[in-house]
Design a binder for this molecule. Sequence first.
Ligand code: KIV
Ligand code: ZN
Length: 386
Amino acid sequence: MSRKIFIFDTTLRDGEQVPGAKLNKRQKIEIAQQLAVLGVDVIEAGFPCSSPDDLAAVKAISENVKGPVITGLARAVVEDIDIAWEAVRNAERPRIHVFLGSSDIHLQKKLRQDRATALRQAVDAVKYAKRFCEDVEYSTEDASRTDFEYLCRVLDAVIKEGATVVNVPDTVGYAVPDEFGEIIRKLREKVPGLDKVTLSVHCHNDLGLAVANSLAAVSNGANQIECTINGVGERAGNASLEELVMVLKTRHATFDAHTDVKSQEIYRTSRMVSRLMNVPVQPNKAIVGANAFAHSSGIHQDGILKDRSTYEIMKPEDVGIRQHKIVLTARSGRAALRHRLTELGYTILPEVFDRVYNRFINVADRKKEIGSEDLHSIVEIELTRV
Ligand code: KIV
Ligand code: ZN
């Protein structure tokens, strides 16, 4: 049996930090319910101390959504932890998620405190959260730019205080895969307590490497990945859930790891998040973009029609898309045209087909895409010329 990788979805917290994407309580519950159907292990439902609305939404999700662990984010201070607990206490499986900066950049320029003080604050926060909740996650914000020895000390200390999950974020998307993988490998070597807790990563996409960094971490011993639907999140976003899940499914043998996500629910979830957050998905987005399973060049269409494995490494049905799209353009070939005409109910004699094809190419040179109506008129013109 391969290693299980826990999927921690933060669409409703980090994802919702996208400007203009704010969700109301009803919308957050709708998405959380769908995330439970999707089969994520953890839903980070919000940052309860950030507003009364968010507190109410996290509370409602905790009370109504069954299955996944429900967590709320808190800074490493008593007031935030109290509110986070109020938000998640009625969940079937509550978790408090506490974070504090750990890099010198964050400590000196943002928090204006020294390492020793921050370390004490981290330990105190975990100790306080543990008074309420057995499951406490601790995040070392900006971990990838943190002095490694200090990072080890913080993780070791919070684990000794009872943290059940420790998270290593690449908060500003600065890491590159080899380096990030190496951080995780060395942490496993230097912090023995990690064997008893869940080791999580949380990667941002500023350099377009969030998924690659998360996978490098998985290869080096991480067993939880934090991610969002459609990769939405601060700035360039977070690691995209659908990409991570489909990499681990499609390249299962490479990683020897799996998730419990029901991949057939991916597309439905992606559409829901895009619609409710009002954040469109780019057409070439891997897995869920409009073109992710569209074939438009003649050579590719010919291959696909002969055998899908020629140009498809995963089945659209596996992510909940009914079927691939054969798009007819000026780059399409005869095989695709013949296939589409057959679908439309035409049986065209070979001598007529050449004329239909030539007319199709002429029209396609003028239009971006040829639809069924165009095909009907092209065929009618050529048939009446016989
Ligand atoms: O990016 C980050 O470091 C975070 C933490 C709060 C986990 O979102
Ligand atoms: Zn983040």
